[in-house]
Structure formats: C-alpha cells, structure tokens
Design a protein around this ligand. Structure first.
Ligand code: JEB
Length: 250
C-alpha cells in the first residue's frame, strides 16, 4: 500500500517513522510519502487560507494549493493496483471511523490523506475530487481537534495493522475488539502476564487451568462484562442469537 499525506505540518507525521508503521515501511509493506501543502502555495507568503464566504469565525483552507497538490500527487505515475487511489479527509463532520471502515481502507492499494487545519478545506475540493476517485470523509470521534493530522496517525495505524504480514500474530486480528466474527461488537476483556503475584494481586485461576474451552468462555464473559459496563450501546444492538453462536465457537 502507498499512503500520501498532504499537510501544512509535515513534522506532525514523524510518528509514522516508528513502531508498527515504521517497521512496515522499512520492510517495504508500506510506502508513506508526506508532502508540505505550502509547496503548492506560490504567493510570497505561501498562503493556504482565507476568510470564509458568508462570514463567521476562523479561516478556510483555499482551493488553489489543494488542487495543485492533489493533482500532482495523483499524476506522479504511480502504478496503482486494481482499486486505485482513494482520498481520505479527516473532519469532525465525517462518517465515524470504525474497525469495519479500517478494513475497507486496508483493502485499497493507495490512500491519499488531506488533513486540514483552521475551519477545514473549501468544500469545492472534496466535490471536485469525488468526481475522480472515492472520497472518504471520516471522523475519529465525537470531540473536536485543531486539525486532521492526529486522525491521519490513527487511521494509518488502524489500517496498517490489518495489512498482510504487518502484525506478527495473524490471530491478533480475530481477537480485536470490534473485529468481525466472534468478537464483533465486544470490547476486549482483561489481560495478564507474569509475575503470577503482584502487590498481593494474583491471576484468575481459570487462566492457569490449561483448559482452553473454559479460558475462551471466561474471556468471552469478561468481554461481555466490560462491554456492558463501558459500551452498553454495543450490547443493545447485538443479536442475542450471536452470543449463543459465540458460545458454540468457544
Ligand atoms: N477526524 C477528525 C476530527 C476533527 C478534525 C479533523 C480535521 C480538522 C481540520 C480542522 N479542524 C478543526 C475544526 C474544524 C471545524 C470545526 N471544528 C474544528 C479539524 C478537526 N475534530 N474531531 C475529530 N474527530
């Protein structure tokens, strides 16, 4: 997969050089290119924003630099695979970014991220590029950030860990919270490792039993308990029959 990021804060994307994404880049599984939007702002001050039509607070990012940047990025001759590029625009007014959407994006071979600042990008930019490629306007949560770069880090990591060969243990995907299958709509339960005793706290006996069926059921029950406590909305939408099916899978 190739990922391009066009931003006025290239340094914000430094974390894409470390850990899971950094290792995937070093292994050649991920090709990440970060571009400074101001390189396409050709006035004396490299201006990328202006006042909003209709008035109101803040500034809006202008069409000009974004159009030049995205045209050049799309035209650089990269031989995209069958799925071609998609434009991903983080915005507080976007569709919720979910594990399912991470899986959808991970199936593409080229993502171009357009993280904005100020009050966002002139809406004609997404309208223009929606005529040329899929545009995903996504939100990483119901809170307000100052820009889209943090969302790029979140989406990139969630997508990268789903790419073949990136996450060491393929089984980890199946155990993910929100992953399709047995754990869909369930939060992950508690995890433990050595030492067996710590400040007078031990390990649940079932985890030391070696009985895999009981361990799987205990983990499912703990996941359900945590989901009821932290995300009752997920429990309400779950299909009770699915829980029975999960029991049979344990
Ligand atoms: N994804 C995502 C987001 C953002 C987000 C993303 C991009 C931009 C660009 C500009 N802003 C600031 C801004 C713009 C308009 C109104 N309010 C604030 C952003 C916020 N906030 N919260 C999220 N979950």
């Amino acid at each position: 997969m190739r990922i391009d990021v066009v931003t006025i804060f290239p340094e914000y994307l430094e974390p894409l050089n470390v850990s899971l994404v950094g290792k995937a880049r070093a292994a050649g599984r991920l090709d990440v290119r970060v571009h400074d939007l101001r390189g396409w702002a050709h006035d004396r001050h490299n201006t990328v924003d202006d006042t909003p039509y209709g008035g109101g607070p803040g500034m809006v990012m202008m069409t000009g630099p974004w159009g030049l940047a995205l045209d050049e990025t799309l035209a650089d001759g990269y031989e995209a695979g069958a799925s071609g590029p998609a434009l991903v625009v983080p915005t507080p007014s976007g569709r919720p970014f979910t594990q399912a959407l991470a899986g959808e994006l991970a199936a593409r071979d080229w993502l171009i991220f357009a993280p904005a600042r100020y009050e966002g990008i002139d809406s004609r930019v997404t309208a223009e590029y929606a005529t040329r490629l899929p545009v995903y306007e996504v939100s990483i949560g119901d809170y307000v950030l100052a820009g889209g770069e943090a969302a790029v880090l979140v989406v990139t990591e969630a997508v990268a860990r789903l790419l073949p060969g990136v996450l060491g243990n393929a089984q980890s995907h199946a155990d993910d919270s929100f992953a399709p299958g047995a754990m869909a709509d369930l939060l992950e339960g508690p995890v433990y490792t050595k030492p067996p005793q710590w400040r007078g706290r031990g390990i649940p006996d079932v985890l030391l039993s070696g009985h895999h069926g009981r361990i799987a059921r205990w983990r499912r029950d703990e996941a359900l308990r945590r989901t009821v406590a932290h995300r009752p909305d997920l429990v309400e939408r779950a299909d009770p029959a699915a829980f029975d099916k999960k029991d049979r899978e344990m």
